[in-house]
Every structure is written in C-alpha cells, then in structure tokens.
Design a protein around this ligand. Structure first.
Ligand code: E4P
Length: 214
C-alpha cells in the first residue's frame, strides 16, 4: 500500500518524507490556496522534493480548457499527475490524457458507477472521497469496498486512491480492502504512529535507565 500526503505545504511534505512516509503527494485548489503562493512555484518545489507522483488539479470545466491546463502542468515535471474532476467533460479529458500518455487522478468520486467510468476512461488513479461521504451519513469505506470489487472483477489498471481521509481507522480499513493508495493529511500520518502504550513503555524504559549505574 502506498501513502501519499494530502497537502501543498512543503514543510509538512519534507517532515513526512524524512519519516519515509511519502510515496507521492496530492494537492487540490483549496490546499494550494492555503499556502498563499503561486500554484506553479508550489508544484515545482514539491516535485523537486518528492520523486513519486504529485497530483495537480485543473480548474477548468470544459475538456478543451482542461487539456490546455493538463498539457501545461504535465510539461512542468515528469512526476506530475493531472487531477481532473469526475464530470462528463473530465472523463473526455481523462481519455485524451490517456491517449497522450499524461497520467491522471480523477477526483471528486462519490459512487461506484463514477469509479467504473473513470476506469473505462483510462484514469491512472481514481479518488473516492471517504470523509466527505461520512460527513453526510453515508459510508465512505463501503464505497472503497465496492470499487475494489468492481475493479478486480474486470482487472482494471486504475488505482484506487483513498482520499478525504480523516482518521487512522480509514487507513486500516483501506489497507484491509487492498486499496492501492491512501492520501492522508500530515496530522493523520502522525496519528498512525501514535499509541499510548508506546508512550507509557518508553517513559518507563527511560526512567529505569536512569537507575543503571555508570
Ligand atoms: C485529495 O486528493 C483530496 O483533494 C482531499 O483528500 C480532500 O480532502 P477533504 O475532504 O478533507 O477536503
């Protein structure tokens, strides 16, 4: 299972990379806006720090305009993955990108049928948003299970990138279901490492060590 970090904050990316937890990065317009920096500057800096796939989202809503953005973004660095919204025009752009050899992450996926269409359009990744489904009393992780079943039934090459991850249990269930990738905020990556018994055990070892002569 691969871990991507879901942030455009270069400091967080460097910290997580130092722990060996960054196989790739996902960004979106909201995350980029939080940096207060120009999109291209942020993207190039991230791509120079992380050698794995870095998702960069288009902000157009027609296929032609999306393709213009997609070609520009993909030309910036070899590890850019173009993020396209799961709408009809986005599927057209996904197919065109696949034909041109541009990698894609089809985002804002909320149903099994949407994921099926993304795979048929030739998406490299599909991003089901589990946390946002949970937010409206739907079952985000059930969607991941459905997509994994459908993709396995037909041996689709599209990778399931679990997005909108809010807590460690999302990651556990994603791993049990065999999802290819989980993209996590930095705070969730840190939570994955924590256990109260680890802290208690470490404190005891360190206090006992003080009693050791020499
Ligand atoms: C990642 O690709 C998504 O943009 C992100 O995980 C969305 O997360 P949110 O629902 O917490 O904004």
């Amino acid at each position: 299972m691969k871990f991507f970090i879901d942030t455009a904050d270069i400091k967080e990316i460097r910290e997580a990379a130092a722990m060996g937890l960054v196989d790739g990065v996902t960004t979106n317009p909201s995350l980029v806006a939080r940096t207060g920096r120009k999109f291209r500057d942020v993207l190039v800096e991230i791509c120079d720090v992380v050698k794995g796939p870095v998702s960069a989202e288009v902000v157009s809503t027609t296929c032609d305009a999306m393709m213009k953005e997609a070609r520009e973004l993909a030309s910036l660095r070899g590890n850019v993955v173009v993020k396209l919204p799961l709408i009809a025009e986005g599927l057209k752009a996904t197919r065109t990108c696949a034909d041109e050899g541009i990698k894609t992450n089809v985002t804002l996926c909320f149903s099994p049928n949407q994921a099926l269409l993304a795979a048929k359009a030739g998406a490299t990744y599909v991003s089901p948003f589990v946390g946002r489904l949970d937010d409206i009393s739907s079952d985000g992780m059930a969607l991941i299970g459905d997509i994994m079943t459908i993709y396995r039934n037909y041996s689709f090459a599209t990778q399931v990138l679990v997005a909108s991850v809010r807590h460690p249990e999302h990651v556990v269930v994603a791993a049990k279901l065999g999802a290819h990738v989980a993209t996590c905020p930095f705070s969730v990556l840190l939570q994955l490492a924590r256990h109260p018994l680890t802290d208690i055990g470490l404190e005891k070892f360190l206090s006992d060590w003080k009693k050791v002569p020499g």
